[in-house]
Write a protein that binds this ligand. Structure first.
Ligand code: PEP
Ligand code: MG
Length: 580
């Protein structure tokens, strides 16, 4: 058999399925600090370069403004218009020219120095609005640098054709500005199955291979690239045999998607009649549109932090309220679980100016931050409660580690509710309040917490990280990251059983819920609500329809006696084969 190869081939972690062949867009963001200050040999030529860069930058901005208006609305476009004004401001461009003319600096150095000075002036202003303009000044300065240095791939807004995006990492704020229609796939140096890039790729249906490590450096900008988001295979300049093989695989995937479509309109019921509520995870209200057609019966996790990350300042109560109401309306009365702000870890919020931490996943994150900076949570709870009249909302708090945190969070919920009622503002009739169980200390206390909370939602992405002490972002230790670890399974079972004992219910919103291999166990344990990336819904429904709940209960007892994740996976594979 002819070897199937490319000029380079390597394997990373396949996190979002799909075979894609496309042009590599190697994203190397440029920073002002990348400029090595230097003097110019011919200042006149530098001035011409600067002038040309300004002209092409203006032209580019005008194009981007039009695109932004169409895709993101007037408000976002206005920010970019502000950048054009900076370029023409007498306090911005002329000082750059002067630095070249009179002091002989290179054009790049002149941009760097001027931008730093002007940004510092804005940062020192008393008005918050003016202080925020410093970010715009830096942004327009970086744009100028990109034009001067001619670096391909320095800005995501340069993507104008279908590409596979190649990057060290993609921060959530990078991904919110992506034109998702043009990005066929992601390849990143770092990251694993449940990093936020993986979650985003899944929810958008973008194929992704993460954690390829140093192999990333062997992908030149603009080269043809093949990726398989299931196996993690990447090939640079694939040969004809590889293209043919993978195009055939692509067609098989398409046929499989067509076959599974039939399951979108069916409920998830086991052969012996055990019904499961299938919910979807979303990161933005627009993602709720069309979910019902894809087979979701609820939203089991609305990650609200993306709303905060796509803005340059804290979204106010009204802005938040509109976003939550949009998701609720799209679900037409079906339940929507809104998770309060989970910032920290791998999700930064630059305008909060949080200190750098040695162990961000163990630090000032999620509910810890919200109980410290109470105004954040208070505003968010008011916004959710005001939106609650538009559907069936439930609220859950992330990263609860024990009783005091839960009670403090619940008290803030009661306070926001009482305040709104006193103001005569309408709120939904019954708003359930629950806990995300994603820290082992909470799982071990599930029987206590179940007395007070309305429901649990098990966050396996973090639960694995904290139980096995394995960084969910670090590809070097990803071999340890496994929700089939027997300790994780014990915790999950305990949480579900504790909720049942107290007449409450448990759901799961971590990635395990969307894995068909886990379905027999989750069914056996009696998990009621399974919330997953929309792309997993149909396959999970199909799997559940082949299972017998009684047999799954027996299987679960058997699996709980096994020693290793590998043994557990093998047993589950066999069980699923036999069930078909
Ligand atoms: C989880 O931890 O399982 C979860 C669903 O939350 P996130 O992935 O946003 O941390
Ligand atoms: Mg989590």
């Amino acid at each position: 058999m002819k070897a199937i190869t490319g000029r380079e081939a390597f394997i990373g972690i396949g996190v979002s399925e799909g075979v894609r062949i496309g042009k590599a867009f190697v994203y190397k963001p440029l920073k002002l600090s990348d400029v090595e200050p230097g003097k110019a040999e011919h200042p006149a030529e530098e001035l011409t370069r600067l002038e040309k860069a300004k002209a092409s930058c203006t032209e580019e901005l005008i194009g981007v403004i039009e695109q932004t208006k169409a895709s993101l609305g007037e408000e976002k476009a206005a920010i970019l218009k502000g950048q054009v004004s900076f370029l023409n401001d007498p306090a911005f461009y002329p000082p750059m020219q002067k630095l070249v003319e009179t002091e002989g600096w290179t054009a790049e150095t002149a941009v760097q120095k001027t931008v730093q000075q002007v940004a510092a002036i804005f940062e020192g202003m008393p008005s918050e609005y003016m202080r925020e303009r410093a970010a715009d000044v830096r942004d327009v300065g970086t744009r100028l640098l990109v034009h001067l240095m001619g670096q391909d791939g320095a800005r995501l807004s340069d993507i104008r054709e279908e590409v596979i995006l190649v990057a060290d990492d993609l921060t959530p704020s990078d991904t919110v500005q992506l034109n998702k229609n043009l990005v066929l796939g992601f390849v990143t140096r770092i990251g694993g199955k449940t990093s936020h890039t993986a979650i985003l790729a899944n929810s958008l249906g973008i194929a992704a291979v993460l954690g390829v490590g140093e192999a990333l450096d062997s992908i030149p900008h603009g080269v043809s690239l093949l990726i398989d988001g299931t196996t993690g295979i990447c090939m640079v300049e694939p040969d004809e045999a590889a293209r043919a093989t993978y195009t055939a695989k692509q067609q098989e995937e398409q046929a499989e998607r067509e076959r599974l479509k039939a399951f979108s309109s069916r409920p998830a019921v086991s052969k012996d009649g055990f019904k499961i509520e299938i919910a979807a995870n979303i990161g933005a209200p627009e993602e709720a549109e069309g979910l019902v057609e894809r087979g979701a019966e609820a939203v089991g996790l609305y990650r609200t932090e993306f709303l905060f990350m796509s803005e340059t300042k804290m979204p106010g109560e009204d802005v938040q309220m509109k976003a939550y109401a949009q998701a609720l309306k799209a679900m037409e009365g079906r339940p929507v679980i809104i998770r309060t702000l989970d910032i920290g870890g791998d999700k930064e919020l630059p305008y909060l100016e949080l200190p750098h931490e040695m162990n961000p996943f163990l630090g000032y994150r999620a509910i810890r931050l919200c109980l410290d900076r109470k105004e954040l949570l208070h505003t968010q709870l008011r916004a959710i409660l005001r939106a609650s009249v538009h559907g069936s909302v439930k609220i859950m708090f992330p990263m609860i580690s024990g009783i005091p945190e839960w009670r403090a969070a619940k008290a803030m919920f009661e306070e926001a509710k009482a305040e709104l009622l006193a103001e005569g503002k309408p709120i939904g009739k019954k708003v359930e309040v629950g806990i995300m169980v994603e820290i082992p200390s909470a799982a071990l206390l599930a029987d206590r917490l179940a007395r007070e909370a309305d429901f649990f939602s098990i966050g396996t992405n973090d639960l694995v990280q904290y139980t096995v002490a394995v960084d969910r972002m670090n590809e070097k230790v990803s071999y340890l990251y496994d929700y089939f670890h027997p300790s994780v399974l014990r915790l999950i079972r305990e949480v579900i059983e504790a909720s049942v004992r107290h007449g409450k219910w448990s759901g799961m919103c971590g990635s395990m819920a969307g894995d068909p291999l886990a379905a027999p166990l989750l069914l056996g344990m009696g998990l009621k609500e399974w919330s997953m990336s929309p792309s997993s819904i149909q396959r999970v429904k199909e799997t559940v329809s082949t299972l017998d709940r009684e047999a799954c209960v027996k299987l679960t007892d058997e699996v709980m006696q096994l020693d290793t994740p590998e043994e557990i996976r093998e047993r589950l594979k066999l069980f699923l084969q036999e069930a078909r």
